[in-house]
Design a protein around this ligand. Sequence first.
Ligand code: URA
Length: 212
Amino acid sequence: MVEASIPGCVVVDHPLVKSKIAILRNKETSREVFRRTLHELTALVAFAATRDLPLEELDIETPLAICRGHRLACPVTIVPILRAGLGMAEAMLAVLPQARIGHIGMYRDEKTFEPKRYYFKAPPDLAETEVFLVDPMLATGNSAADAVTELKAFGARHLRLMALVGCVQGVELFRRKHPDVPVFLAALDPGLNEKAYIVPGLGDAGDRYFGT
Ligand code: URA
């Protein structure tokens, strides 16, 4: 795992991550393989993003003896940004099956590229949970930054942002607005095209995941 040149941004540096991100980038990858690989990659990035979750100790009785063990000290909330974040949220449940799920619905205004929110639902005890905001593409950074602002307004205090592909300007904007929220990525790309798509990126993550 490496800290990228942008403080507070971790780009997971691992052979499995590198080989799987190449599968997602490839425009010939089938929908089935795209979905499966997005799930696998999410679990690998989750491994890094959950590394500092607080633990508490407890006694456990094995078939042979009593020993000390651990469990997560706080509940976890996963919040996908609709709709592309849904695939990542499902994959997170493989490693955090007890997590609560919130939802933030946002779409991009195609002229201004500004995010517009149309839906918000989060568990009432959000403030007491460790929150993982998930969205595969961190492009301009505006949607993620607005989503975090909403979550903080609703009480969230311990937040992390997980994406699969980010770009430098998106990460920088997000970190300027939320320097307290770490970012975890599988890849960091140089920039955006005129339609605010990440280049080289992987195209429209939602369209490729849902087949739209
Ligand atoms: N959303 C996507 O799905 N892809 C991008 O490159 C940017 C935003």
